[in-house]
Design a protein around this ligand. Structure first.
Ligand code: C2O
Ligand code: CU
Ligand code: CU
Length: 512
């Protein structure tokens, strides 16, 4: 098993987004090669044995991405994307969330097991311009590559497009002790995969590029760098890959068809490493892979491609030979208990463009669509009713949980999805069975992670509860309040407010 080499993308080829009429293919930008940006690690404000304090600031700035004019961008503690955050399991973490933008935003911890709806940072947890909020939590989950992104309804997609997305690495003792590359920026690097279109003066124009099936651009931007080069000084290099694009799927492979080893998926290490030559990521999915440059020499170059476009160049320098083999076993998965009586929930993602829906409905912030007791796993059968020709792979994501993929149309999951996940690509005509357990009471959103689909209403929310306690009441946001806030902050009449997600609701004649 561990020695088997997989050479396909697993997903259904007829549904690859390259077949879509609105698809924007990547092209090589003429900009000169530049060193890959490695975001600095966010430093704590204070730290004790048991507690740690951070400040995360959403801000606007300007970034030199292409030669010539700087691009107006947003980021966390940075002008674009953000500093990388490292959280340790078991520590009591305190975070001050500051909003230095001119409009409201939220701070969503995608992949963290934190309570919803406030700490989780979905649409119910706005931080208004100039204001700040305190949250605190203690993580109890395996080491993983997760991320932070904005999540205000219905302008999540636009804010992420401006740059509000950064990597959040969860560390634990088990993963620390495994013989894996661990030196951030040297042999353990983040790769946030995004695409943009640069308009006049190197600016982004979300509205001009708007597509209800997801905004794309022809230029790959990796950690905010166009045409990045990374200098490799070790035999092995661990890449923490994040599909941080609004809509784009990445079909990754290396020059020379160099095999690589996937060690982790979204929310944990895999039980065993999986050897691949190709890897497809759908929006918001993560994968950690280890490249092995044995056989390459000082001066050689290895390229990472998506489809047929090079997106990162690895420039090889002299390195010491790696002495320990990669571990054959990475993580023991303790699957939640099931019984003959384990409930099976049906979830349906349907439609394209403005017609996208979840369970036949558009999202309503004030409506709780489902409930589930904490501590008890349930099967979620997630169906994508699109048809293969002209349909899309919808990446299904659930807040506040790490699920297991049980089956795809009754067959075994893909070989590289046996770890914990929080996002799973569902092919047209497919039902993916998940095993989902929540450990914390709260309200959690679940949705397609093509961000325009989520803003367009392909989203719902579940309330999880402790059966031995009275149901708490959560204050849930409403569209009216949010739209008024956005209009006021942008200094326009609410009637003139253009927001992508809102258009989709109007199109459907839905009241908000
Ligand atoms: Cu990446 Cu609702 O989140
Ligand atoms: Cu999320
Ligand atoms: Cu979708």
């Amino acid at each position: 098993m561990a020695n088997e080499l997989f050479t396909d993308y697993f997903f259904d080829e007829p549904a690859f987004n390259t077949h879509d009429g609105g698809y924007v293919p990547l092209v090589v930008d003429p900009a000169p090669a530049q060193p890959l940006a490695i975001p600095p690690l966010l430093q704590p404000d204070a730290e004790t044995e048991t507690d740690v304090w951070y400040t995360v600031t959403a801000m606007a700035g300007e970034t030199q991405i292409l030669p010539g004019a700087k691009t107006r961008t947003w980021g966390y503690n940075a002008s674009l994307l953000g500093q990388t955050i490292v959280y340790r399991v078991g520590k009591h973490i305190h975070v001050t969330l500051q909003n230095h933008l001119k409009e409201l935003t939220t701070f969503h911890w995608h992949g963290l097991a934190v309570s919803g709806p406030y700490v989780d940072g979905g649409c119910h947890a706005p931080v208004y311009p100039g204001e700040s909020k305190q949250i605190d939590f203690t993580l109890d989950q395996p080491a993983a590559t997760t991320w932070l992104h904005a999540h205000p309804c219905p302008s999540t997609a636009e804010q992420v497009w401006h740059g509000l997305a950064t990597m959040v690495i969860v560390k634990d003792d088990h993963e620390d002790q495994l013989p894996l590359p661990h030196t951030y920026g040297v042999d353990d690097i983040p790769l946030v995969l995004q695409d943009r279109r640069f308009h006049a003066d190197n600016q982004w124009d979300y509205r001009a590029d708007y597509d209800p099936d997801g905004v794309q651009g022809p230029t790959a931007m990796i950690n905010g760098t166009v045409n990045p080069v990374f200098d490799v000084t070790t035999q092995r290099l661990r890449l923490r890959l994040l599909d941080g694009a609004n809509r784009r799927e990445w079909r990754l492979h290396l020059s020379d068809d160099l095999p690589f080893t996937q060690i982790a998926g979204d929310s944990s290490l895999l039980p065993e490493p999986v050897r691949l030559t190709k890897l497809m990521l759908t929006c918001a999915e993560r994968a950690e892979v280890v490249l092995d440059f044995a056989g390459y020499h000082d001066g050689d170059e290895v390229r990472l491609y998506s489809d047929d476009v090079p997106i990162v160049t690895f420039r090889i320098h002299a390195f010491a030979a790696a002495t320990t083999p990669l571990p054959a076993h990475l993580l023991t998965i303790h699957a939640p208990q099931v019984a003959a009586t384990t409930p099976i929930r049906q979830i349906v993602m349907s439609g394209m463009d403005e017609e996208v829906m979840l369970d036949g409905k558009k999202f309503n912030m004030q409506r709780i669509d489902a409930t589930q007791p904490v501590g008890l796993a349930q099967y979620w059968d997630v169906t994508n009713t699109n048809t293969m020709h002209g349909g899309m792979v919808h990446p299904f994501h659930v807040h506040g949980t790490q699920f297991l993929v049980v089956s795809r149309n009754g067959h075994a999951p893909y070989p590289n999805e046996h770890g914990y996940k929080d996002t799973v690509g569902v092919n047209p005509g497919e039902t993916v069975r998940l095993l989902v357990r929540f450990d914390l009471p709260g309200v959690y959103m679940y949705h397609c992670h093509i961000i325009e689909h989520e803003d367009g209403g392909m989203m719902a929310q579940i309330q999880t509860y402790d059966p031995n306690r009275p149901m708490p009441h959560y204050h849930l946001m409403d569209m009216d309040t949010l739209m008024k806030a956005f209009a006021t902050e942008r200094g326009i009449d609410p009637a003139d407010l253009w927001m992508a997600g809102m258009d989709a609701y109007h199109e459907m004649g839905m009241e908000m």
